[in-house]
Design a protein around this ligand. Structure first.
Ligand SMILES: CC(C)(COP(=O)(O)OP(=O)(O)OC[C@H]1O[C@@H](n2cnc3c(N)ncnc32)[C@H](O)[C@@H]1OP(=O)(O)O)[C@@H](O)C(=O)NCCC(=O)NCCS
Length: 169
């Protein structure tokens, strides 16, 4: 197990093949993927292949990470940073099983990822994107100190672009 971050209640670790069943079930909930632009995995095998082909950790030194509860090790969802191949921008993303919404897990793990991004990964900017309808995601980004930059259209839907800048001068 490769643990990347610890918070008061949580730890974030790299995905493992055994997470496939959880990723499959996570993306099978329409309410969870409603504002993400993702489709459900067709099978646990497809989720397993996704993990096998996930190269972000090696390529960028960071990625999306499994978020687990300290003590029980329960897989709650994921949170983490992603570098866009073309723009090179790094965004913060999060996704949790519905039964765990509203417990502050996205904010707690998101703040830890931002801190890592600026303190250890030497990033100078992290962005966040959320559809305007995705009120909880916008609330989490604001609680993580993101500032709204502009409204824009993302995958044909009205969205807000957020960013946090870190001044190294
Ligand atoms: C978005 C998501 C990650 C938030 O996770 P979470 O662990 O519930 O987030 P937190 O508990 O840290 O914070 C949620 C905040 O949103 C608020 N909220 C929830 N529903 C809301 C609504 N309809 N309108 C306004 N605020 C809302 C909560 O009250 C809470 O704010 P508070 O602490 O000030 O009360 C979770 O809902 C999720 O997995 N959604 C599906 C995937 C997704 O949409 N990801 C983001 C794509 S951009």
């Amino acid at each position: 197990m490769k643990i990347i971050l610890e918070t008061e209640r949580l730890y974030l670790r790299e995905f493992e093949i055994s997470d496939a069943i959880n990723l499959y079930h996570l993306n099978s909930d329409f309410d969870v993927i409603k504002y993400t632009g993702n489709k459900p995995f067709q099978s646990v095998n497809e989720a397993e292949n996704f993990i096998k082909l996930y190269t972000d950790y090696k390529k960028n030194g960071f990625g999306r990470w499994a978020v687990c509860l300290k003590g029980t090790h329960e897989f709650l969802g994921w949170c983490g940073l992603k570098k866009d191949t073309d723009s090179k921008e790094v965004d913060l993303g999060f996704r949790f099983f519905k039964k765990h919404w509203g417990k502050g897990y996205a904010t707690e793990s998101g703040l830890a990822c931002i801190n890592l991004g600026f303190s250890t990964l030497n990033l100078t900017k992290i962005i966040g994107r959320a559809y305007i309808e995705n009120k909880s995601s916008i609330r989490v980004l604001k609680k993580c100190k993101f500032k709204a930059v502009k409204n824009f259209t993302y995958d044909n839907q009205p969205a807000v672009l957020f960013e946090i800048n870190y001044d190294r001068s």
